[in-house]
Design a protein around this ligand. Structure first.
Ligand code: FRU
Length: 459
C-alpha cells in the first residue's frame, strides 16, 4: 500500500490523514467551538477507491484530532462529496435528549447519483436516514455534491447540487423533504466541463452591499490545464443564483494547480467565511511520493470581497489562527541559511523580485513578481518530478497571474515541508503548490528590491 517517497513529506500545518487517500473536503461545519472537517477518504490504499467520509475536528483549523470514519459505502453506493449543517432548532427532528443534530448531506454514488442524509448528536457517530435518498436522480449522469445553506429569503434550508454542466437549487424546511426551486448555468459559464462541488454564500462588499458568491469546481481536461475551481459573483433570489456581476474572463479561487473542490464552513455563529480546498490535482495526485498517506488540505483561508481596478473580486488570506502561532519576524538580508521545514515569509516590494528556496541537490522553488507585473510561482525544478510526467510540465509547473494593482506589493508565503502557499495583491492572488524537494531546502535567496521578513511557527 505504501508508495516510495525518498523522505517524509508530511506537512505540519496542513491537514493530512494518518494513512490512506483523501480528496475533497466535505461537511465543513462549525458547532460549539469545533470545526469539523470531513473528507473524501479511502482508508485502504493511497489511491482513490470506494469513498468514505473521514472525519477530524479542530479548535483552530491547524491542530486536528482524527476521529473514526463517519460514513462508509453501503447498498446505495459510495459516499461522495457533500456538506453538513448544525441543525440547532431541530428542524429535522433528529435531536436526541435535547441535543441538536449535525445533519450531513452527501451523494450516494451507485447505479445513479442521488442525495442522501445522515445525522449525529454526539458529533462523532453518524446514522444514515432510513428514507434515503432524499433527492432522487432526475435522469442526469453527474448529479452530486450537495451543499446545504440557510436560505434567508425563504427562511428555510436550501441546497445547491451540480447536475452535469449546471447547478440545481432545492429548498426544504426539514432537511428531509426537498423541492427544486431553480437552476443556474450553463449560460454565464465560460469554462466548459462537468461541474463539481458547488458552494454558495453571501459576503459584504466594501460598500456594504450583500453579494452572493457561487463557487464551482470545473473538471477541465488535462490538455487544457486540468481541474480548477472558479467563482461567480451575483445575487441569490431565494430560488436560484443570478450572475449579475459577470467578469470579462474567468476568476479562480486559486489560479494554480493544487487547490480543488474548495468548500466553506457553515456555522450560524461563525463571523468569518473560511474556505479549505483539497491541496492536490486529479492529474497527478495518486502518484505523489508521500508513503503511507496521499493528499493534503490547503490552509484555512478567510474570504472577503475587495474592490480592484477591474471591479469586485474575492480575496483570500490565511485564517487568523495561523497568525496566532507565528513567531517574531526577522529581516533577511539577501540570503539566509534555512534549518526549518516550516516557516513564513512576509514580503514588501516595489517592482520585480524573486524569492528562491534551494537545496544542495540544485533544486529550487521560485516565486515573486516579474517585469510584467505578474505574480509567478515556478516549481519546474523544485524537487522530485519523476513520479508523474505532467506534474512538472510547463502546463502544471508555472502559475502566472497579472496583478490587479500596480505599485508596491505585499506578499505572505507559508512553506510547510512539501507545500507552498502564497497570498498577495490584497488577497486577489492566493495559490498553493505541492513540491517534493529530495533534501530539505537549506537556503533562501532574495533577488531584487524586496524587504523580506522570516518567521517560524510555534506549535
Ligand atoms: C471532486 C469529485 C466530486 C465527487 C468526489 C468523489 O473532486 O469528483 O465530484 O463527489 O470527487 O470522490
Amino acid at each position: 500500500m505504501s508508495k516510495k517517497g525518498v523522505r517524509d513529506y508530511r506537512p505540519k500545518l496542513h491537514f493530512t490523514t494518518e494513512k490512506g487517500w483523501i480528496n475533497d473536503p466535505n461537511g465543513l461545519v462549525y458547532e460549539n467551538g469545533n470545526y469539523h472537517l470531513f473528507y473524501q477518504y479511502y482508508p485502504y490504499d493511497t489511491k482513490w477507491g470506494p469513498m468514505h467520509w473521514g472525519h477530524a475536528i479542530s479548535k483552530d483549523l491547524i491542530r486536528w484530532e482524527h476521529l473514526p470514519v463517519a460514513l462508509a459505502p453501503d447498498d446505495l453506493g459510495f459516499i461522495f462529496s457533500g456538506s453538513a449543517v448544525y441543525d440547532s432548532e431541530n428542524t429535522s427532528g433528529f435531536a436526541s435528549f435535547g441535543k441538536p443534530p449535525i445533519v450531513a448531506m452527501f451523494t450516494h454514488s451507485g447505479e445513479t447519483q442521488q442525495q442522501s442524509i445522515a445525522y449525529s448528536t454526539d458529533g462523532v457517530n453518524f446514522i444514515k436516514y432510513e428514507g434515503n435518498p432524499v433527492i432522487k436522480n432526475p435522469g442526469i449522469k453527474d448529479f452530486r455534491d450537495p451543499k446545504v445553506f440557510y436560505n434567508p429569503i425563504r427562511d428555510s434550508w436550501s441546497c445547491v447540487v451540480v447536475a452535469g454542466d449546471r447547478a440545481h437549487f432545492y429548498a426544504s424546511q426539514d432537511l428531509i423533504h426537498w423541492e427544486k426551486t431553480g437552476e443556474f448555468g450553463p449560460e454565464g459559464n465560460r469554462c466548459p466541463g462537468i461541474w463539481e462541488c458547488p458552494d454558495i454564500f453571501p459576503l459584504k462588499a466594501p460598500n456594504g452591499e450583500e453579494v452572493w458568491v457561487l463557487v464551482v469546481s470545473m473538471t477541465i481536461k488535462r490538455e487544457e490545464g486540468g481541474p480548477k475551481t472558479q467563482y461567480f459573483l451575483g445575487t441569490f433570489d431565494g430560488d436560484t443564483f443570478i450572475c449579475d456581476k459577470p467578469f470579462d474572463g474567468i476568476e479562480w479561487i486559486d489560479p494554480g494547480f493544487d487547490n480543488y473542490a474548495a468548500m466553506s464552513y457553515y456555522g450560524e455563529d461563525l463571523k468569518d467565511r473560511i474556505i479549505i480546498g483539497w491541496g492536490a490535482n486529479w492529474v497527478y495526485a495518486a502518484d505523489t511520493p508521500t508513503n503511507e498517506y496521499c493528499g493534503t488540505m490547503t490552509l484555512a483561508r478567510k474570504l472577503s470581497l475587495v474592490d480592484t481596478p477591474a471591479g469586485l473580486r474575492l480575496s483570500s488570506i490565511p485564517y487568523k489562527t495561523l497568525g496566532n502561532i507565528a513567531g517574531a519576524p526577522t529581516i533577511i538580508e539577501s540570503q539566509k541559511e534555512l534549518d526549518e521545514e516550516v516557516f513564513g515569509l512576509r514580503i514588501k516590494a516595489n517592482g520585480e523580485f524573486s524569492i528562491v528556496l534551494s537545496n544542495e541537490n540544485q533544486e529550487k522553488l521560485v516565486f515573486g513578481v516579474n517585469s510584467k507585473n505578474e505574480i509567478f510561482m515556478d516549481r519546474s525544478q523544485a524537487g522530485d518530478n519523476s513520479f508523474n510526467e505532467h506534474y512538472a510540465s510547463n502546463l502544471f509547473s508555472n502559475v502566472v497571474k497579472q496583478r490587479f494593482f500596480s505599485g508596491p506589493i505585499t506578499m505572505e508565503a507559508v512553506f510547510d515541508v512539501s507545500i507552498l502557499e502564497v497570498f498577495a495583491d490584497k488577497g486577489t492572488f492566493a495559490s498553493a503548490q505541492l513540491v517534493y524537494p529530495t533534501k530539505p531546502y537549506n537556503k533562501i535567496t532574495v533577488i531584487g528590491d524586496a524587504q523580506v521578513y522570516y518567521y517560524n511557527f510555534e506549535f
